[in-house]
Design a protein around this ligand. Structure first.
Ligand code: ZN
Ligand code: ZN
Length: 102
């Protein structure tokens, strides 16, 4: 865990296992790992209670982040440049819940 770089250079906080950080309703950064094809990715739109789909193998089922970023401050995370959020690979987006605009 300690070897993981912060999602934004200089960000104050730490990566936590999702099991230890069930921050429901809070969007944060997440690390994902697909066990079917060993694909790994990070997302700025990660939710403890919602998963994403692996865009490599598109296996059934949602993959929940194994690690989530816990901000040290209560500041809202600012928007960061990154790959566009793919709504149809996101469980939350497919449910019609606010996600990338939160
Ligand atoms: Zn996969
Ligand atoms: Zn989404």
């Amino acid at each position: 865990m300690r070897s993981l770089p912060p999602p934004i250079p200089g960000a104050q906080g730490q990566w936590c296992l999702r099991k230890k950080l069930e921050r429901r309703g809070v969007k944060t950064f997440g690390h994902f790992h697909c066990h079917s094809c060993d694909n790994r990715w990070t997302s700025a739109h990660a939710w403890a209670e919602h998963g994403q789909k692996c865009k490599v193998c598109r296996q059934k089922g949602w993959i929940k982040p194994w690690a989530l970023w816990a901000n040290a401050s209560r500041q809202k995370s600012r928007a960061v440049p990154g790959p566009p959020h793919i709504a149809n690979l996101c469980q939350r987006c497919t449910k019609g819940l606010p996600c990338s605009t939160v």
